[in-house]
Design a protein around this ligand. Structure first.
Ligand SMILES: [Zn+2]
Length: 230
């Protein structure tokens, strides 16, 4: 399962050593371009794959993904892409059995007017639990979703240290400090900071210290293609 399909998703997939045809499931949190604009290229690169692509996203997000595909590839019939769309509720929690011992749990999180954003939790039978939160504010909903997870993958669009004057709440984002607070409140031992803002992405050392806040929380800023063993 691939999570998000941003503009450079194909380059990122190749850095993991995988091909587009290896990807059988895709989760997209919401339809903003930094999470969705690579979708047509992923679909194109899977055209001759022998497997179906199962796309899991909210209704609005799926509508946007369909439009992106239709605009990008006029003349190619949608069914040729062999995509199975799975609508997730943008109002309620959902729990889906993905097969192979994996259950996905999604919840709507606070997002700007006109945008529906979902956070997700994957529980592996006799294995780890991973939670993904992006493009939302620090809130009880994300703490509850992340409760006890082995790995919290959380956005850090801003830095409270590097950008002390920025208030991320009105623009539905968070700082590395807030991501760290969410991880500690939820009892997660390990936090991966992603979705780094353009002006702070080259200071991972600062972000890691900011999120740890002197605690023993393990914080990483992963590079494309990094592998973690949980
Ligand atoms: Zn975003």
């Amino acid at each position: 399962m691939l999570v998000e399909a941003g503009p450079t998703v194909m380059q990122q997939v190749h850095r993991t050593g995988l091909q587009a045809s290896d990807i059988e499931m895709l989760f997209v949190s919401h339809d903003h371009g930094d999470h969705s604009l690579g979708f047509p290229m992923l679909a194109l690169n899977r055209l001759w794959a022998s497997t179906t692509l199962n796309v899991y996203a909210g209704l609005d997000t799926i509508a946007t993904l369909r439009v992106l595909l239709a605009l990008a590839f006029r003349g190619i019939k949608t069914h040729q892409f062999d995509i199975h769309w799975h609508d997730l509720s943008e109002e309620y929690e959902e729990r889906l059995n993905l097969g192979a011992g994996v259950v996905m749990h999604t919840v709507p999180v606070p997002s700007p007017p006109g945008v529906s954003t979902l956070a997700a939790r994957w529980e592996f039978t006799r294995g780890p639990t991973v939670v993904f939160v992006t493009d939302t504010v620090a809130c009880q909903t994300t703490v509850d979703l992340a409760r006890g997870a082995d790995l919290l993958i959380h956005e850090s669009s801003f830095s409270a240290v590097l950008q002390p004057d920025v208030d991320p709440v009105p623009i539905y984002h968070t700082t590395a400090r807030q991501a760290g607070e969410t991880a500690r409140e939820a009892g997660c031992p390990r936090l991966a900071l992603v979705h780094l803002g353009a002006t702070i992405g080259d200071r991972p050392d600062v972000l890691i210290d900011e999120a740890r806040a002197g605690t023993d929380l393990e914080v990483i800023v992963p590079e494309d293609g990094d592998r973690l063993r949980l």
